[in-house]
Every structure is written in structure tokens, then in C-alpha cells.
Design a binder for this molecule. Structure first.
Ligand code: BGC
Length: 603
């Protein structure tokens, strides 16, 4: 009797608490809406269009434009850095923020960065495996921790907004952005999208969180033949069934922004696809955040039509600002764009600025600078590297390797170059082939593990044929959007390894040396022959700054746990159709199915 009375009291208290919290939340949201409306009522058309504009931070007139053209946001991506040290970066953005605050209405800036695998634009930040590797970990808790750290290191360098996560679902490995996405599986992408948005945004008004962006809406990874910005020839129901789900999850997690995609759907540029942007994302799915255009979206994809379709903020970069602002102003004056559409866009932008707490705390916290690249962050990155490795073959249980081996030869330039092991969007847009600060190479990791003699054969010409084992690290050189598409006019990229890299494996295998191949790549490659030739084969994706995580698994400190986030193609012929050799074409048997991944024997 007494017990059930007590339970009743506890139950009532819980209900009261819940409804109080609920009320607090409702009243917070309402308060924000009131504040947004009262600012909007004061704004001129120029100020409204200003809020809808995003510019680069280093252009000649950036500072002046912020005060005179009422800019809503600045972006940092490829191009001059705001300084050397993190504090220089913060100082530059504080300077720009102060300019914005000095305007008539004092509306703070959103300050955005392409931090897609850590704060990868800053030399010395923790760089995580690209999303494809995180897909292989299937570990949502880890993805959330990684996003949290990315948020901290982004805030530490002055940003309150990141253009991440990419929630594409790639259908064709020829696409140069396969690695930016978690997986070809919608379900796995949903799970990791939720974790990523949660990790980045946490409690959005905290000083160590950032606004996230789900991108690129929609169909970016599903274009015919994997062409960046190409045509996505899927039906509406296929889009709904296969591609929309991660966005639904992101919206449920209150993601602050969604970026429009370069591709077309049903021959309509996504930037001006009103049915998908407004009717589907904003109305049906209830997304109340910002739809941001992609690079120069206004001039490239339909001018005022993109605003009419529902784009709220425009990357008016590289000389595009006046064209955008004047064009939109004229559109409103000529009644081609309704003022209610402009008001809706500005409300969305102001709403997110309030949710981020920017009106109270517009600047980054200087204390966060000491958190960049710290050991605790790197150890999470290293865990991610270990968990992302997928063991595809392990003949006669050659792995784990013994730490007592007398002589190991480590082969290939990818073994000793942190730029090569990190892929695109690392320090530079298209990546780097140089080592960068604070990172460790795969070779350094192997040297830490082994008591015996470790020799390095960078170019497969050193003939260390007396070695007991050859660890051969081969793969792709860094690339990013457009330049990473296989078949793009700018490159000679192939779905296979280069002749030189194929040779590295052959030379040692033909001499009867046991070969362990580690593949560093942003997508599954056609390596059927090389898998046959080697004793063990590991897909390592693009590990990022903690290359030594690879050795910890090769030498048995940890077992393999990664599982393929994509089905693995058998032959180049598999790519003859529109899509890759995955679930779109059931007649094609993959070499390894989605979810495949071995462990080594532990007894
Ligand atoms: C890419 C986006 C990126 C943007 C800003 C575009 O070219 O498609 O993913 O966020 O540039 O750098």
C-alpha cells in the first residue's frame, strides 16, 4: 500500500517536472519567435537581403561589406587563412563580428567552416577518418563524440557553424565525394546522421557547440554515372524511400541548416526545386532552419528562382555579392519575389542566431584554444581509425603480426605521409600531399610496435627481399569535389590502383615474402587481383591524423571490428550501368557484400 502511494507521488512529480520543462521549452521557442518578429519589423529591404548574404572573410571589401551591406554570414574554406595561431583566427572573426554588431540593428554573424572530418582547415587540429571510415565503425556513440570534438575545435578557431555532416547515399564509386558520406545504406546513414547532428549541436547555445548542416539536398550521391552536379534520374518515390530518411532524422534532431545540392532532379536544378525544398523539406518535414545555397548558387542555378524555391541564404562569394543583392532587390521591387518569402528567409536566419545564443555571446571563447589537437581528442580519433579498418582477407592467419618479427619492410609513399593518408578537405580543399602538424604516419605507428628492424621502401625500388613481412600501403592521392570524379576531364583517376602501386605488391609477392596490403582510399576500388596476390588485405579508408591507429590493429593490440559500409566491386565492368555495383543492380555480385569484415583468430 505504502509502496504504491510512493510510486504515485513519484509519478505525479515526474509529470509536473516534465510539463514544467515542456513549458520552459515552449516559452523559449515563443520568446525567440517574438524577438525574431520584433527585429524583422525594424528591418529595411537592404538589411533583410544583407542577412541572406554569405561572403568570404578575406576579400578586399569584406569588412566594409559587413557594415554597409549588412552581411549575415561569413565563410572560411580554401583560400587565405585568418592567421597562423588559433587565437589569430579568433581575433579576425571577433573583428568581423564587432563590425556586424556595430550596424544599426547589431545582428551578429554566422561564421561558417568546411569542418568535415574535424576542423580540417586548421593545421594542428585533430583530423578524424572521413565519414566513409566512420560508416565502417557503425559506432554512433563514437560519431557523436567526434562531432562534439569537431565543434570544440571549430569554436576554438572562431566558428559557430560547420558545413557537416554530408548525409549523401552514394550509388556510384566514380563519384569523387563517396568518402564524405557514411555509407550506401540508408539505415546506417540515418543512425550516424542522428549522432553527428547531436554531437555538433548539443545544447546549441553552449560556447562549445556549433550549428550543423545536413548536405547536399538532395540526390548529390545518386547522380547518373557518379558525376558531381549531374542529373539524378530517380523517381520521387525512390528519392523518398532511399535518400530522404537521413534528412528526416536530421530535422528531428533540429539541425540548423540544410545545404542545397549542385545536382538536378527530374532535370530541375536542386537549387530551384520548389517541390523538394519548400513543399517537402520545409512544409511536409517541418524544417524551420536555414536552407543555404552551395557555392555561388545564385548566379549558377537560376538567380531569383532559387530564392522563390526556398533557398534562404546565398553563398555570394568571389564577386557574386552585388549581383545577388541587386538582383534580389530588383526581383522584390518588380514583384517577382514576394516580400513574405524574404521575410520567411530572414526569420529562419535570425531564429538560428537566437538559438545559437549569438545575441548574448557573439564571440568564441578564448579558453577553447588550448583544446585544439589535445591528447584526449587524438585518442578518440585513434579509436575511430582502429574501428574503421576492415579486414578483407587473412590467409593462414598472417594477422596479427608478431611484434618480434626480425625484419619488416614498409612499402609505399602512403605509409609515411599524413597528407596522403587524410584525403581531400585536409588543410586544402583538394587535400595535401605534405605532412601536417601533430599527425602520425602509418610507418611511425609500425615503428612504435615492432622491436625488430623496420625498413622503409618508399617507391618499391629498394628491394628489401630479406624481410620476413612486407606491409604495403597503397591507394589514392587526395581529391575532393569535381576533381575526384573518375572520368572527370581534369584527371587520370581510375577505379584501379596505379601501375606503380600494383607493382609494389607484385615485387614482394613474387619474391615469396608475406604481404599485408593496407589500402588508403576514399572509396572501394577494383583490387580483385591485388587481393588474390596478397596474404592479408585491409581497407583503411582515409584515416586522418592518427595513422598509428592502423599499426595497433595490425600488431594485435586490438582486433578488427570494421564492417564494409559499401558493397565491394569485383570488376571495372560492374560500373557500366548508371549506378555502381551495389544494390541498384541485383544482377551484379559484389566481391564482398555490404557489412562484410573479418576478425583475426585470438586464441
Ligand atoms: C561544396 C560544399 C561546401 C561549399 C563551401 C561547395 O563547393 O559542395 O560541400 O560546403 O563548397 O566550401
Amino acid at each position: 500500500m505504502k509502496k504504491s502511494y510512493l510510486t504515485y507521488i513519484v509519478f505525479c512529480l515526474l509529470i509536473i517536472c516534465f510539463s514544467c520543462n515542456h513549458k520552459v521549452k515552449i516559452s523559449n521557442d515563443l520568446q525567440i519567435e517574438h524577438k525574431v518578429d520584433s527585429i524583422l519589423n525594424l528591418m529595411t529591404l537592404e538589411e533583410k537581403i544583407g542577412q541572406m548574404s554569405q561572403i568570404r572573410h578575406f576579400e578586399n571589401s569584406s569588412d566594409k561589406n559587413i557594415t554597409q551591406k549588412f552581411i549575415g554570414s561569413v565563410i572560411h574554406t580554401q583560400g587565405p587563412k585568418p592567421g597562423e595561431a588559433a587565437l589569430d583566427w579568433q581575433n579576425r572573426f571577433t573583428e568581423l563580428q564587432n563590425k556586424a554588431l556595430s550596424t544599426r540593428l547589431g545582428i551578429p554573424l554566422l561564421i561558417a567552416v568546411d569542418a568535415v572530418h574535424g576542423q580540417n582547415t586548421f593545421d594542428g587540429a585533430t583530423i578524424f577518418p572521413h565519414n566513409i571510415g566512420l560508416g565502417a565503425t557503425k559506432n554512433e556513440k563514437l560519431v557523436e563524440q567526434i562531432a562534439k570534438i569537431t565543434a570544440i575545435e571549430s569554436q576554438a578557431t572562431g566558428f559557430n557553424w560547420v558545413f557537416s555532416p554530408c548525409v549523401a547515399i552514394p550509388y556510384n564509386e566514380k563519384w569523387g565525394r563517396v568518402y564524405e558520406a557514411f555509407s550506401e545504406s540508408t539505415m546506417l546513414t540515418e543512425k550516424l546522421t542522428k549522432a553527428s547532428v547531436r554531437g555538433h549541436q548539443g545544447i546549441l547555445s553552449d560556447v562549445n557547440t556549433v550549428m550543423a548542416t545536413a548536405k547536399h539536398f538532395i540526390g548529390d550521391g545518386a547522380t547518373d554515372f557518379g558525376v558531381e552536379g549531374g542529373e539524378t534520374s530517380l523517381t520521387n518515390s525512390e528519392i523518398n524511400e532511399r535518400l530522404l530518411a537521413p534528412y528526416k532524422v536530421a530535422v528531428k534532431e533540429k539541425v540548423g541548416a540544410v545545404m542545397a545540392s549542385f545536382n538536378k532532379v527530374s532535370n530541375i536544378s536542386m537549387h530551384k526545386h520548389k517541390v523538394l525544398i519548400t513543399d517537402t523539406l520545409k512544409v511536409k518535414m517541418n524544417f524551420d532552419g536555414i536552407v543555404v545555397s552551395d557555392w555561388q548558387g545564385y548566379s549558377r542555378f537560376g538567380k531569383n528562382d532559387i530564392i522563390k524555391a526556398g533557398v534562404d541564404m546565398v553563398m555570394a562569394v568571389d564577386g557574386n555579392l552585388d549581383f545577388f543583392q541587386n538582383g534580389l532587390k530588383k526581383g522584390v521591387k518588380d514583384s517577382m519575389v514576394s516580400i513574405s518569402r524574404i521575410d520567411d528567409a530572414v526569420k529562419r536566419i535570425l531564429r538560428q542566431k537566437f538559438r545559437l545564443g549569438l545575441f548574448e555571446k557573439p564571440f568564441s571563447d578564448v579558453n577553447l584554444v588550448s583544446k585544439i589537437g589535445i591528447k584526449a581528442h587524438r585518442s578518440i580519433a585513434k579509436q575511430a581509425v582502429r574501428e574503421s579498418l576492415v579486414l578483407l582477407k587473412n590467409k593462414n592467419n598472417i594477422l596479427p603480426l608478431s611484434k618480434e618479427i626480425k625484419k619488416i619492410v614498409v612499402v609505399g609513399e602512403h605509409a609515411n605521409n599524413t597528407g596522403l593518408q587524410s584525403g581531400g578537405w585536409t588543410l586544402n580543399w583538394q587535400g595535401t600531399k605534405e605532412n601536417y602538424k601533430g599527425a602520425t604516419t602509418i610507418l611511425e605507428g609500425i615503428k612504435k610496435q615492432v622491436k625488430g628492424n623496420v625498413v622503409y621502401d618508399k617507391d618499391g625500388k629498394q628491394n628489401h627481399f630479406d624481410a620476413d613481412v612486407a606491409v604495403i600501403v597503397v591507394g589514392e592521392t587526395p581529391y575532393a569535389e569535381f576533381f575526384g570524379d573518375i572520368g572527370h576531364e581534369s584527371n587520370q583517376l581510375k577505379l584501379t590502383l596505379t601501375k606503380e602501386h600494383q607493382k609494389y605488391i607484385k615485387i614482394y609477392q613474387e619474391k615469396g615474402i608475406k604481404t599485408v596490403v593496407v589500402l588508403v582510399s576514399g572509396r572501394p576500388l577494383v583490387v580483385t587481383n591485388q587481393i588474390n596476390e596478397s596474404d592479408a588485405f585491409v581497407a583503411a579508408w582515409l584515416p586522418g591524423s592518427e595513422g598509428d591507429g592502423v599499426a595497433e590493429v595490425l600488431f594485435g593490440d586490438y582486433n578488427f571490428s570494421g564492417k564494409l559500409p559499401h558493397s565491394w566491386p569485383k570488376s571495372v565492368d560492374d560500373f557500366k550501368g548508371k549506378y555502381g555495383p551495389n544494390f541498384w543492380d541485383n544482377s551484379i555480385e559484389p566481391l564482398y557484400p555490404f557489412g562484410y569484415g573479418l576478425k583475426y583468430k585470438t586464441e
